[in-house]
Design a protein. Structure first.
Lengths: 1226, 116
């Protein structure tokens, strides 16, 4: 109603009246008129003119109405006066309407004023001068009052004019009032005088209804006794469940809400003044929709289809979009018409069975629907079924609310479909500008990363290059490169930037379907970049926004679906394969036949697990996933077993390029290389399954006696866990019961319960006080025997009972079998049989040495070099050692047999049994010869003096046991003469042989020698079982050891049997040592004993070959367990300064080293020095192999391999860690 | 006076100039209560469609425009009592904006893009 009566100050009022810039003049006019009490006409004119000006300002275009206004103005007096009657006080201006009306209340007042004024002069005439002065001041007062009244009146009159003016139109056609001077929003902030804002909870969804209701209620009660005393009420979409009411007092709110539904008037919250503006905050959402923008359709037939906006209605709620039509192009019959008309398809099936997107083709459409042909509108525009198609695309008006406008991320594919022209468009190429546009519009800040080079694509700074400085949620700060812009940081929306690349850049795709591909840029066309991928050398096109500079080369994702590289997959019932490469959309698989194929993930039936699969290699050793094996044929490739499948092993070696290093080989054609992992007996197939082993071995052995042996083994094994002493007849050799005879009923580690023959009493006796009574009346102290087969320790049990045996079995059992058969031994053997385990263990073969590890007399034996070696190298040490011995056989043996020393050694032993006896070195063999030379004479053994001595020591006790087990033949052999007496009496072949490996060889020699020398008697016995020999040989042929055996031909028949079998093996050990030495993998270092024992100095050479200057070494225990200077420097690190020449390197060769701890120089024998494994980034020195002596840096460690960057070479080398020493030089 | 209130909630539109909310037919019949002199929507449906938008946020029932801080904040304190939107999407067509400018009225979009 009252539009002008806002509380403004005076000036504003005037302004309001005479909005014109010249209102000052008006004011002065008014002033004048007031002061001069100009006529009411003039005054009204003034009013009119001011009003007119007002109107003119606001409604300049309504000149035509001016006349009307004038008329109105002329009526003014009447209206004003008439209204005044109805209306309140003080509305009358005495100067205006004096003549017109007088009878108003207010008028009276005015009249009084007038009278007052009129009587002025009259009174003045009558009063004195003094009175005049007061009257003058009263005049002033009155004047002021009048002026004040005037102000009010003018205002009200103006309002009245307006009202009247406004009433003329149907809708209030009055001047627009919204225009204001720019009042900064800060000045509009609420203050304490502002009405309060109350927040009221209401039923969500009913907010707007409530606001409307309140409005209605307000109008309803506006003129009632209790009008709503609220000034405003509002709701916001974003503030669900709340209505805000603005009023002065809380009671007003409650009054207003009284009687309204859906509102919880009890929950009133006063909005703090500070937060009032937040409630009304308008979040400006820049409509980023413009023609060309990509959107997706939310629902309907085109749900999720990409669409391009062609035009947007000004109201901003609808847009014309371009779509690839999905038209049902099945020809329509009359029936389908009817059906289509009558039946409405269910909504969801419409989406499921929607036609594929295809550009509209008018000719097709004609065929589809004969009744309703598309009508052409020219220039490729058709109308069909109320839809408009332009150049094949559908143009459709859609509500923007039904479009998805954010995070569209159109793919290049989709965009290409749009970029293609109409159906007849031949070139089908990319409309680059369109694509670029779309690429831009799809660009978001997250695509940019600080540091990236960008180019501005729009605006004033177009083509400016810069680097991204930082990225905010919607803006990208760019540091321009141009000189004149340097130092500034400019802000751009992502749509105005493009990533800048140049041809030849190596990039990585970070988004889209080619995500994670890397490649080289070969072509750049605006935003579309063509790159050649590293992985499969294909051209792909991507947006530059999806690229990032990348140094690394993608190796492929490595996974496809649930499968990844090196997975073992089932392709079909008969085919399995290993994925060797994963590419986009498919995996490359090599199947068990070695064929490669490309397989899509859905063609893979399942993933298989071979982690528990175990197979046997050519040597019968168990192999499983992760083992390293080598082919026996062809390229002799090495590889790690990825998976096993029946008899196929899928191997992997990254060094092979073909099929990314994955290849297939039959398990029968590979041999296991790793011996270390064999140390666990539990892993052994043969130990686990004797039968299996049997078979394997049998395959090689070709022996007739297999079964027997197997039995023996089984038996042996059965005994494995049991103290062999049990059920033995023993003699108590010390203590109060000395001399008593009894049978062992039970035994523990150190004691036995013996049932005495004399009185059937069972007494507990320390084992050490017992001696086993052999069949032939001899006795063997139990102490030694129990040592030989320490059944208490499981391992020993294994070895003794079975493992060791097993290990040796191939050769040995073969050998024995015949013997076994040979009646001559049988008994003894049987006897022994009961002992077999022990015996086996004792058999002095490594297995035995293994047992030697367990503390017992034999352990002593283990100190002999041979033993040492044995016990130290896992190979020799455990039953497994044996295994490995017999496993690695092929190569080892081969090589062994190739080395002259060996052959000669054997030859030696063969021919030279006599030699041996006669003079150790008679043979021309290196090894043996050397040995003999170096040996302290008596026999070859001496070289290993310790050994021999040990052996001797041991042999002292041994005899018993040996004798015991191998009563007849065996005892004959070894025991009788040899062991017991002396070594020299090499005639004691077997016994001595067995125990000390090297000695074995000698003993072999001696064995034959024996034969030669006529001590054949013993041999003879053996010979008695000639058949055995061949068997043994055969066998030995299979196993390396056997190879050698054949070399003991002469003695063959006689000696071969037992000894042969053993010997072969024993010597092999050394060979093995040699071999490993040759391996340069530092095995030699581990088997120095071997070297020395077997090969003597020659063999020892390689073991310290690794020593080099300027590497870090650690001072540790020597090969014999001794410590340098009593452990004074134990575990200290030192730097090698001076190393003896290679030729002089031996275990005792003194090396000058400087302690790292205190820089002291000391001399340490080589045997105490150990390499220190370098760590990543350490300098390294290559200690052996082709790069021996080379310096480099260790870039990384991969299990046992180190990746080394050698100095002066650009390539990385993969070298075994064991050949790397930590280099301390510069 | 009550002709200014929408009769129901269907087809509500908000004036792009003053943000008054009325039904589309109300705009058509009587124009905008505040802006008719400028926008002349009465009787011209196309003008109604151009000058009003159905996308708006919030509804303010203004009972006492001159006293209300809310109305002042929204710069609708000089307008009629009625229901106004807090925010109206869209802008007046450019030619109308030009017209307004010719009349000395600076168009202040109600979509939140105005800054001060």
């Amino acid at each position: 109603m009252s539009r002008n009566d806002s509380d403004r100050d005076e000036d504003e009022e005037y302004e309001n009246l005479g909005k014109a810039r010249d209102n000052r003049d008006d004011d002065s006019d008014l002033e004048d008129s007031r002061r001069g009490r100009s006529s009411s006409a003039k005054r009204s004119n003034n009013h009119r003119s001011s009003k007119r000006r007002d109107d003119d300002d606001d409604d300049e275009d309504e000149d035509d109405e001016d006349d009307e206004e004038d008329e109105e103005d002329e009526d003014e007096h009447d209206t004003v006066s008439s209204r005044r009657n109805k209306k309140q006080k003080r509305t009358v201006n005495p100067f205006l309407d004096m003549e017109a009306e007088v009878d108003d209340e207010d008028e009276d007042e005015d009249e009084y004023d007038d009278e007052y004024g009129a009587g002025d002069g009259f009174i003045a005439d009558e009063q004195d001068e003094a009175a005049e002065a007061t009257r003058a001041s009263k005049h002033l007062d009155l004047d002021r009052r009048r002026r004040e009244e005037d102000d009010v009146d003018l205002e009200e009159q103006a309002a009245r004019f307006k009202e009247r003016y406004g009433r003329r139109d149907y809708a209030p056609r009055r001047a627009f009032q919204g225009q204001q001077e720019d009042i900064p929003q800060q000045l509009l902030m609420p203050d304490v005088q502002s009405p309060h804002l109350w927040m009221v909870r209401c039923k969500p969804g009913k907010e707007k209804d409530l606001v409307f209701s309140l409005m209605r209620k307000f109008f309803d009660t506006e003129y009632s006794a209790q009008p709503l005393e609220i000034s405003a009420a509002f709701s916001r979409e974003s503030l669900k469940g709340y209505v805000y009411i603005e009023c002065m007092r809380q009671a007003n709110v409650q009054a207003a809400l009284n009687g309204l539904n859906n509102v919880f008037a009890s929950k009133l919250t006063l909005v703090p003044i500070k937060e009032m503006t937040d409630v009304l905050k308008v979040r400006h959402k820049e409509s980023d929709l413009r023609p060309g923008t990509w959107v997706r359709v939310k629902r309907g037939k085109y749900a999720m289809d990409l669409a391009q906006i062609l035009d947007i209605a000004d109201s901003g709620d609808t847009a014309k979009v371009k779509l690839i039509p999905r038209l049902d192009m099945t020809p329509r019959t009359d029936a389908s018409y009817i059906a289509g008309n009558n039946k409405r398809k269910p909504v969801n099936s419409a989406l499921a069975g929607r036609p594929p997107p295809k550009l509209f083709n008018a000719r097709e459409a004609e065929k589809v629907d004969k009744l309703n042909k598309p009508t052409s509108r020219g220039r490729g525009v058709f109308q069909w079924n109320n839809e408009v198609f332009r150049e094949g695309y559908l143009e459709k008006d859609m509500k923007i609310s039904s479009l998805i406008t954010e995070n569209i991320n159109p793919t290049l594919d989709e965009i290409q479909k749009f970029a293609k022209g109409g159906v007849d468009d031949e070139d089908g190429g990319l409309d680059l500008s369109a694509v670029a546009l779309s690429a831009m519009s799809a660009s978001v800040t997250s695509h940019f990363q600080p540091g990236e080079k960008v180019e501005v694509t729009e605006g004033e700074l177009k083509n400016v290059h810069g680097t991204v400085d930082s990225v905010t949620s919607d803006m990208i700060m760019v540091r321009p490169l141009a000189d004149d812009l340097k130092g500034n940081i400019l802000k751009f929306p992502p749509t105005q930037l493009r990533k800048l690349f140049k041809e030849g850049d190596h990039v990585k795709v970070v988004n889209g379907k080619y995500k994670d591909e890397t490649g080289l840029i070969i072509k750049i066309e605006d935003s579309v970049v063509t790159i050649v991928t590293d992985l499969n050398v294909k051209d792909i096109q991507v947006f530059s926004k999806d690229l990032q500079m990348a140094a690394n080369v993608a190796t492929g994702t490595g996974t496809i679906g649930q499968y990844e590289t090196h997975d073992f997959v089932q392709l079909d019932a008969a085919t399995v394969g290993v994925i060797y490469k994963v590419e986009r959309g498919f995996a490359r698989v090599v199947d068990q036949s070695g064929m490669t194929r490309e397989v899509e993930p859905h063609l893979i039936t399942q993933k298989r697990d071979s982690s528990r699969a175990i197979a046997t290699d050519a040597e019968g050793n168990s192999i499983q996933d992760g083992d390293s094996v080598r082919e026996m044929t062809g390229a002799m490739r090495e590889g790690k077993i990825l998976h096993l499948f029946r008899t196929y092993a899928f191997l992997y070696n990254r060094e092979y390029m073909e099929n990314s290093g994955v290849f297939v080989q039959s398990t029968r054609l590979v041999v296991s290389m790793a011996s270390k992992s064999r140390a666990q007996p539990g892993m052994r197939l043969d130990t686990m399954n004797p039968a299996m082993m049997n078979m394997n071995r049998g395959g090689f052995g070709d022996r007739g006696g297999r079964g027997g042996r197997g039995g023996a083994m089984m038996m042996g094994r059965g005994r494995g866990g049991r103290d062999p002493l049990i059920d033995k007849t023993v003699t108590i050799i010390r203590g109060p019961h000395k001399g008593y005879l009894g049978i062992v009923k039970d035994a523990s580690d150190s004691t036995a319960r013996v049932e005495l023959h004399t009185n059937c009493r069972i007494i507990t006796v320390e084992k050490a006080k017992l001696a086993i009574t052999n069949a032939n009346g001899t006795t063997t102290p139990v102490s030694s025997m129990s040592d030989m087969n320490p059944p208490s320790t499981p391992r020993a049990g294994n070895y003794g009972g079975y493992g060791g045996y097993g290990g040796m079995t191939p050769v040995r059992s073969g050998d024995m079998t015949p013997m076994h058969n040979s009646g001559s031994r049988t008994p003894a053997w049987n006897n022994a049989g009961s002992k077999t385990p022990a015996w086996n263990a004792g058999s002095k073969t490594p297995a035995w040495s293994a047992s030697a590890r367990t503390p017992n007399p034999y352990a002593d034996g283990s100190q002999t070099p041979a033993w040492d070696a044995g016990s130290k190298t896992p190979r020799y040490g455990g039953g497994s050692a044996w295994d490995s011995g017999s496993r690695t056989p092929a190569p080892a043996w081969d090589s062994g047999s190739r080395t002259p020393a060996r052959g000669s050694a054997w030859g030696d032993s063969d021919s030279g049994s006599g030699n041996h006896n006669g003079s150790s070195g008679s043979g021309g063999y290196n090894a043996w010869g050397d040995k003999a030379d170096s040996g302290s004479g008596s026999s070859g053994f001496p070289q290993t003096p310790a050994a021999s001595s040990d052996w001797m020591n041991r042999s002292v006790p041994t005899p018993g046991p040996f004798g015991a087990p191998s009563p007849a033949p065996f005892t004959n052999y070894p025991y009788t003469p040899g062991p017991n007496s002396s070594y020299d009496s090499a005639s004691t072949p077997s016994g001595s042989n067995f125990p000390s490996t090297p000695a074995a060889s000698s003993s072999l020699g001696s064995g034959p020698g024996h034969g030669a020398s006529g001590s054949g008697s013993s041999l003879g016995t053996n010979v008695a079982t000639p058949g055995a020999t061949p068997g043994a040989r055969m066998q030995s042929i299979a196993t390396p050891g056997s190879l050698q055996t054949p070399q003991t031909p002469a003695g063959g028949p006689s000696a071969p049997m037992t000894p042969a079998s053993h010997f072969p093996q024993t010597p092999f050990m050394p060979t093995g040592g040699d071999y490993s030495g040759m391996d340069s993998h530092g095995h030699s270092g581990q088997v120095p004993g071997y070297g020395s024992a077997a090969g003597g100095a020659a063999a020892a050479g390689p073991s310290y070959d690794w020593l080099a200057t300027d590497i870090e070494v650690r001072i540790g225990a020597g090969k014999d367990g001794s410590q340098f200077e009593g452990g004074k420097y134990q575990d200290q690190s030192a730097r090698t300064i001076k190393i003896p020449p290679r030729s002089a390197l031996s275990s005792m060769a003194l090396c000058d080293v400087r302690l790292l701890s205190d820089d002291r120089m000391i001399q340490v024998p080589a045997q105490y020095l150990k390499t220190v494994a370098p760590l990543k980034n350490d300098g390294v020195k290559v200690l052996s192999g082709e790069h021996r002596g080379a310096l480099g840096t260790l870039m990384g460690v991969d299990v046992q391999d180190g990746i080394v960057s050698l100095r002066g070479e650009n390539m990385y080398k993969v070298l075994t860690m064991s050949v790397l020493g930590k280099y301390l030089g510069d | 006076m009550s002709g200014i209130i929408p009769t129901d909630k269907k087809q509500l539109r908000a004036c792009l100039l003053c943000s008054l909310i009325k039904k589309q037919e109300q705009f058509f019949k009587s124009g905008c209560d505040n802006c008719e002199s400028l926008l002349e929507m009465r009787g011209h449906m196309d003008r109604v469609m151009d000058c009003t938008s159905q996308h708006y946020d919030g509804a303010i029932a203004v009972m006492q425009p001159s006293e209300s801080w809310v109305a002042k904040w929204q710069r609708i304190d000089k307008f009629e009592k009625g229901i106004y939107a807090v925010q109206v999407q869209g802008r007046l067509p450019e030619e109308i904006e030009d017209e307004l400018e010719g009349k000395g009225i600076k168009y202040r979009p109600r979509d939140g893009s105005a800054r001060d």
